[in-house]
Design a protein around this ligand. Structure first.
Ligand SMILES: *Cc1c(COP(=O)(O)O)cnc(C)c1O
Length: 370
């Protein structure tokens, strides 16, 4: 009997980690410090060591990580933030929430990341940050982006690394590639908790201090509110779960890389499938394993009937979303984003997928395309 194919298999992961997750949770239940308990700082220290960033600040979600980062930079009305329209909505949402304007720059059609070559033309005196997204788990061309930012008075660069925790770029870890890196521990991300969670990474002491204060209502000491903040802490139980998962994370990353390579070689033989380009100087941890086809709807229908779950990341670029189309000014057509949004879909991907499943999935894609 074939094993059922899950889009993301958190139960298989739990089976491998059951004892350590249970005992980590038990420990929190016994000490009872549910908010800012010892596991919070323990996790931050482990993640500082993992990424090489000097500071890690855990927060309530990936969205909150992005929001607090922009607040720490003092972003507000009139400011412009350069980013990509081909991302999860949170990337642009936090910009708009602060009264700033997202300035969308088109993507590279082969990596689906922001086209660094188009950024410089969009810089104005109001540009307050550049926010590339490491989409599908592959970092953008961060050195090129950092160099542009440096040439224009050291504009801060925030990597939205919600999908790329564990990836590398030129030997450095995602989240430690620019002024600030933000990630998410949403359950389906490469390193997930069992609820909402996220983290901010920086090696800038002043930004780190600002983020720590903003996370707790702008408080520098108890009931001394030196700035406007939010209630943005990650709770102790979620930190404990990530700590347990970290012990297996390197193994899981290896499995993700292997599963990605396996898909790529299987799909090489299938005409009509355009694969993501992955650059030699970086790794993609396949937060999503996403490909492009013409006639996507027919392929998705076929896969659904064959019992293979899929998803579309993302069907509508943000400049076409009802709430955003009037907010961000761009005279550009952003045609790569629009074309890619009409062609992408994501295949089941997690560290516990096996070759049999991948062969079945690719076989059904090939059938759908003939
Ligand atoms: C998931 C995700 C976020 C938001 O993370 P949450 O933890 O769900 O708030 C932001 N940006 C990108 C690119 C994401 O994939």
């Amino acid at each position: 009997m074939n094993r059922k194919i899950e889009f993301i298999d958190l139960k298989a992961q739990y089976a491998h980690l059951k004892d350590s997750i249970n005992s980590r949770i038990q420990k929190v239940l016994e000490h009872g410090q549910y908010i800012m308990g010892p596991e919070v700082r323990e996790l931050e220290q482990r993640l500082e060591a993992f990424t090489g960033a000097r500071h890690c600040i855990t927060v309530a979600s990936g969205t909150e990580a992005l929001l607090i980062s922009l607040m720490a930079l003092g972003v507000g009305p009139g400011d412009e933030i350069i980013t990509t329209p081909f991302t999860f909505v949170a990337t642009a949402e936090v910009i708009v929430l602060l009264g700033a304007t997202p300035v969308f720059v088109d993507i590279e059609p082969d990596t689906c990341n922001i086209d660094a070559g188009l950024i410089e033309a969009k810089i104005t005196p109001r540009t307050r940050a550049i926010m590339p997204v490491s989409l599908y788990g592959q970092p953008s061309d961060m050195d090129a982006i950092n160099a542009i930012a440096a040439r224009h008075g050291n504009i801060p660069v925030i990597e939205d690394a919600a999908q790329s925790f564990g990836a590398e770029y030129r030997g450095r870890k995602s989240c430690n590639l620019s002024t600030i890196g933000c990630t998410s521990f949403f359950p389906s991300k490469p390193l997930g908790c069992y609820g909402d969670g996220g983290a901010i990474f920086t090696s800038d002491d002043a930004i780190a201090q600002a983020c720590r204060e903003i996370r707790v209502h702008g408080q520098s000491q108890r009931y001394v509110h030196t700035r406007i903040g939010v209630g943005g802490r990650m709770d102790t139980l979620q930190c404990a779960i990530v700590l347990a998962k970290l012990d297996r994370f390197d193994i899981e990353i290896r499995h993700r890389l292997d599963a990605g390579e396996n898909y790529r070689s299987l799909l090489d033989d299938v005409p009509g499938v355009q694969q993501l380009a992955v650059h030699d100087d970086r790794t993609c941890v396949w937060g999503q394993f996403t490909v492009q086809v013409e006639k996507r709807e027919a392929v998705l229908d076929h896969l659904k009937n064959a019992g293979i779950p899929t998803a579309v990341h993302y069907p509508v670029p943000l400049h076409r979303q009802p709430a955003y189309q009037s907010l961000c000014y761009t005279s550009d057509t952003l045609e790569n984003s629009e074309r890619v949004a009409s062609r992408v879909f994501s295949l089941p991907m997690h560290p516990y997928i096996d070759n049999d499943m991948q062969v079945r999935i690719v076989y059904e894609i090939a059938r759908a395309l003939t």
